[in-house]
Ligand binder design. Structure first.
Ligand code: ZN
Length: 225
């Protein structure tokens, strides 16, 4: 059996190992109103958090592997923050200082399975946190982004624009979200926070070609296998 996560290391945009151990991925559900609506979910009063383990992390390029025989797997493209220093009960300014990198991640989701679990009131882990469920791009230095609270990113599937996220449309903005996470879980160097998906999620098929763009700073393609 091939091992989908062994060897994953956080990389900078120029291909350097960032020397941060892969930790946990803290994810937020329903951080964009339009996405909550498309799945007929209520908009939560507080960020809805869940965690993927480091075994979920894998590179987003040159290809991503879909789980086999587990039902439809949806893409959710999310602005992803790499943590560079520990955060416990941090305020927003401390959170901003702890950001070591900004990139894109996919929160891969076995949607039918998740719906089934949600209906029963059960936890989502087997639909959200399986091996390879958190493909991550390289990370660019936060210094290269003038304002993280006003940046944007896009996903094209087979040439068609499917997702366009604008961080100013987040219900809980990035630094506030990191601060909120740190009230509940200590964030450690190498952890990542996926900040929620904009509308447009859909099913991935083997053979799909995905193109991602983060601001004007990063653009890359990946193949679904
Ligand atoms: Zn998500």
């Amino acid at each position: 059996m091939s091992d989908p996560y062994s060897g994953y290391l956080h990389q900078s945009n120029d291909g350097k190992d960032l020397s941060l151990p892969p930790g946990k991925a803290v994810c937020v559900g329903r951080n964009y109103v339009e996405h909550a609506k498309e799945l007929n979910n209520p908009v939560p009063a507080n960020p809805l958090l869940f965690i993927k383990p480091y075994t979920a992390m894998t590179g987003l390029t040159p290809s991503i592997q879909l789980p086999v025989e587990k039902g439809p797997c949806h893409f959710e493209t999310e602005l992803t923050v790499l943590i560079g220093s520990p955060l416990t009960q941090a305020n927003e300014a401390q959170a901003a200082d702890a950001i070591a990198g900004i990139g894109l991640g996919l929160d891969l989701t076995l949607r039918d399975l998740q719906d089934e679990l949600k209906k029963k009131g059960h936890p989502w882990e087997i639909a959200k946190s399986f091996d390879g469920s958190c493909p991550l791009s390289a990370f660019i230095s936060p210094r290269r982004i003038s304002n993280i609270e006003d940046t944007e990113y896009r996903l094209w599937v087979n040439g068609e624009l499917r997702q366009h996220g604008q961080t100013r449309q987040m219900i809980t903005a990035v630094n506030k979200l990191l601060s909120y996470c740190s009230q509940h879980f200590t964030l450690l160097p190498g952890d990542v926070v996926l900040t929620g998906t904009p509308a447009g999620v859909g099913v991935l098929q083997r053979g799909d070609l995905l193109k991602f763009q983060l601001d004007t700073l990063m653009s890359f393609e990946t193949q679904v296998i």
